[in-house]
Design a protein around this ligand. Structure first.
Ligand SMILES: [Zn+2]
Length: 292
């Protein structure tokens, strides 16, 4: 794996999937070999884990509001078959499936925010220090199954089609959080994260160009860098393309509430059309695989 980067729920959250489906646009159809990783849109916190947090309900709601990539499932992957969407069922405050399994590999672990957070986004204590067995239990329950499903879905697409594109789907707050490494205030509308091996330059160029045409500012690998790839395939599988797309939350949600803005459907449609532009570039390269 390689990658970096609240809804008001009264303490124990509900996955966004339980909310009414408000997405009602005609999304372009993407090929079966396009997969989505959606690690951060859930607000669900199992009661036992909630009871272990050191935050009161108001503090927890603030943290969920800051840390959740609100509605990113709906934004990127609503209507796409379940087998092609790898969505964490729990909040990243329970387990962050985007972070490396081993803290020794995870840069955010130095801020108490490895795969299992002990600190909040502003450095407060989220949980008491975790016994190793308790951490492992959380990893076994949420982190390992997510990566198993991710690896299997990628392999299935490679077996069936000979190639695959994995899109790592995120959003980010319009102002840096205290935990963010990049504290520059001038954040773009769209951040595209790339990997030297797995992101064909033509794909990054096509996505950046299409987002620009849609009227949005774009940066590559800023304020977040990289693109998630299953460990099995990492820098091994030439026919697995990967890219991260991070959307500035100010484009589509009220950041003080996590509620969708009226323009949500049009933003989602624009994102899908941009992704289709990228897919078309890869299609042109199909015969020889994604790499020259
Ligand atoms: Zn995210």
């Amino acid at each position: 794996m390689s990658s970096k980067d609240g809804t008001d729920v009264g303490g124990v959250g509900a996955a966004n999937s339980s909310a009414p489906n408000l997405c009602c646009f005609d999304a372009p159809v993407l090929p079966d070999w396009v997969l989505f990783n959606v690690p951060h849109d859930s607000t669900f916190i199992p009661p036992l884990e909630r009871s272990r947090f050191l935050l009161n309900d108001a503090e927890l709601n603030v943290e969920l509001l800051r840390m959740t990539d609100h509605w990113t499932f709906d934004l990127f992957a609503e209507g796409i078959p379940e087998r092609r969407v790898l969505r964490s069922p729990v909040s990243r405050l329970v387990v962050d499936v985007e972070r490396f399994e081993e803290d020794s590999l995870e840069i955010m672990a130095s801020r108490g925010m490895g795969a299992v957070y002990e600190r909040t986004s502003d450095g407060q204590q989220l949980r008491p220090p975790l016994p190793a067995a308790q951490r492992q239990e959380l990893m076994n329950t949420w982190h390992l199954p997510h990566h198993y499903r991710l690896t299997e879905a990628v392999q299935r697409a490679l077996d069936d089609h000979g190639h695959a594109l994995l899109i790592d789907a995120h959003s980010f707050p319009s102002r840096p959080l205290p935990c963010d490494w990049d504290q520059q205030p001038d954040r773009p509308d769209i951040c595209i994260g790339t990997d030297d091996f797995h992101t064909p330059p033509q794909l990054a160029d096509a996505l950046a160009g299409a987002f620009g045409t849609a009227g949005w500012t774009v940066k590559l690998n800023s304020p977040f860098a990289g693109a998630l790839v299953p460990m099995r395939n990492y820098r091994q599988e030439h026919n697995l393309a990967a890219v991260m797309i991070e959307v500035n939350r100010a484009l589509y949600v009220d950041e003080t509430t996590g509620d969708r803005l009226p323009c949500f459907a049009s933003v989602a449609k624009a994102i899908r059309n941009v992704i289709l532009s990228g897919v078309r570039v890869l299609n042109l390269r199909d015969e020889g695989g994604f790499h020259d």
